[in-house]
Design a protein around this ligand. Structure first.
Ligand SMILES: Cc1cc2nc3c(=O)[nH]c(=O)nc-3n(C[C@H](O)[C@H](O)[C@H](O)COP(=O)(O)O)c2cc1C
Length: 194
């Protein structure tokens, strides 16, 4: 199956997650590639999609949300999985005892779910390199409330990310969909890559 993994990443952590998802799916036998949402272009010819974004101040990156809105007709007609890259640190819960992967769900998730009915959404821990932050981000990080939840470091769990990608690669909807469910036929186009 041809799988497009699209992502919105401000400082690179989410891009690397998307690339690992694509590599893992390719190793499992699919034609998978990762590209930024801003460079995705025509979605014709893909059988399934993975869409991921970094979470900032509780929101997906605007271009990722807009990508889904703009392409909702195509996405709603194909298997889609979403992921978010957000929480930082080594603790699974915040000071109030909330699961960080739940607390980090972007505010757009309900809208996106309603629009395209994804097969799933996963929150992965992210990474923060202070040297890459802009002035505004540095200022936010200095606030007392932010300090505890924005530690420096790389908290991405590659084994978990790869396991998720393998579970998508093995999803029966990809394995059994066949040519009749592919985007190019739905759109009436021939795909030269096949
Ligand atoms: C200013 C700022 C705000 C952030 N806000 C959130 C947030 O609301 N929720 C969250 O889970 N992570 C938040 N993070 C952490 C980032 O989402 C995390 O570092 C992510 O992996 C960055 O991905 P990127 O390198 O692809 O941009 C924030 C980080 C910064 C610097």
């Amino acid at each position: 199956m041809a799988v497009l993994v699209v992502y919105a990443s401000k400082h690179g952590a989410t891009r690397e997650i998307a690339e690992r998802v694509a590599q893992t799916m390719a190793a499992a036998g699919h034609r998978a590639q990762a590209c930024p949402v801003t460079a995705a272009g025509n979605l014709t010819g893909y059988d399934a999609f993975v869409v991921g974004s970094a979470v900032y101040m509780g929101h997906w990156q605007k271009e990722a949300t807009e990508f889904v809105r703009r392409n909702r007709a195509v996405l709603a007609g194909h298997p889609v999985w979403l992921f978010s890259s957000g929480p930082l640190g080594t603790e699974p819960t915040d000071a109030q005892g909330r699961d960080l992967t739940v607390a980090a769900e972007p505010k757009e998730l309900a809208e996106l779910t309603e629009a395209i009915h994804p097969r799933g959404h996963r929150v992965f821990f992210g990474a923060l390199d202070p040297g890459r932050l802009g002035l505004g981000e540095r200022a936010i990080r200095k606030l007392p409330a932010a300090r505890a939840i924005m530690p420096e470091g790389d908290f991405r769990d590659w084994a978990q990310i790869e396991a998720w990608a393998r579970s998508i690669a093995a999803d029966p909807t990809l394995g059994t969909q066949g040519a009749s469910g592919s985007a190019q036929e739905a759109d009436g186009h021939h795909d030269a890559r096949r």
